[in-house]
Design a protein around this ligand. Structure first.
Ligand code: IMP
Ligand code: MG
Length: 175
């Protein structure tokens, strides 16, 4: 199945423990029963969203956005466009952007601006992974799972050329 060298960076158990803790932390950050809109950034965050949503013991709604950035396969450029918008009216609602990884920050900065224009009551970000070494845009990550080094990672939703999304661990792809 694997044609390249994969080194486990974060094991399935490590990820699951952290996601459970994030779910409780997030629930504690939103007192009350108004629905919390989890806005999943396709496609990489879909696996994280599925686990995170079930780890948050309060009412949630789920929606999806998609953005593409142009550049080579492993290095994203700063130009981002929206390819799918949320279907829900999130005006006046609590919105939590669910990201897989924040690298340069360009995607998140763009999506944050885009969703802020819909005038939610609150707008926060959870990212499973934070790769701060390559940050070129200042972005706030309200809830972060793990800080990772400047290496290309795959698995648990993250891909290389659409492969490896179904790995249970997060692995470094060694060339
Ligand atoms: P940014 O706009 O540079 O922050 O990059 C965000 C997007 O680039 C992420 O949502 C991923 O889709 C992709 N990306 C960045 N680093 C990695 C990585 O190490 N593995 C897989 N995808 C990545
Ligand atoms: Mg992403």
């Amino acid at each position: 199945m694997i044609g390249r060298n994969l080194k486990v960076l974060l094991s399935e158990a490590t990820i699951q423990n952290r996601v459970r803790a994030l779910g409780l932390e997030i629930a504690a950050g939103y007192p009350g029963d108004d629905p919390l809109y989890l806005v999943c950034v396709l496609k990489g965050s879909c696996v994280f969203l599925a686990d995170l949503a079930r780890a948050i013991p309060r009412p949630v709604r789920i929606d999806f956005v998609s953005a593409s950035s142009y550049g080579s396969e492993t290095v994203s450029s700063g130009e981002v466009t929206l390819t799918k918008d949320v279907a829900s009216d999130v005006g006046g609602a609590d919105v939590l952007i669910v990201e897989d990884i924040v690298d340069t920050g360009a995607t998140l900065a763009f999506l944050r601006d885009h969703l802020a224009r819909k005038q939610p009551r609150s707008l926060r970000v959870v990212s499973l992974l934070d790769k701060p070494e390559r940050r070129s845009q200042e972005v706030t990550i309200d809830y972060a799972g793990f800080t990772v080094p400047d290496e290309f990672v795959v698995g648990y939703g993250l891909d290389f050329d659409e492969a490896y999304r179904n790995l249970r661990d997060v692995c470094v792809l060694e060339s």
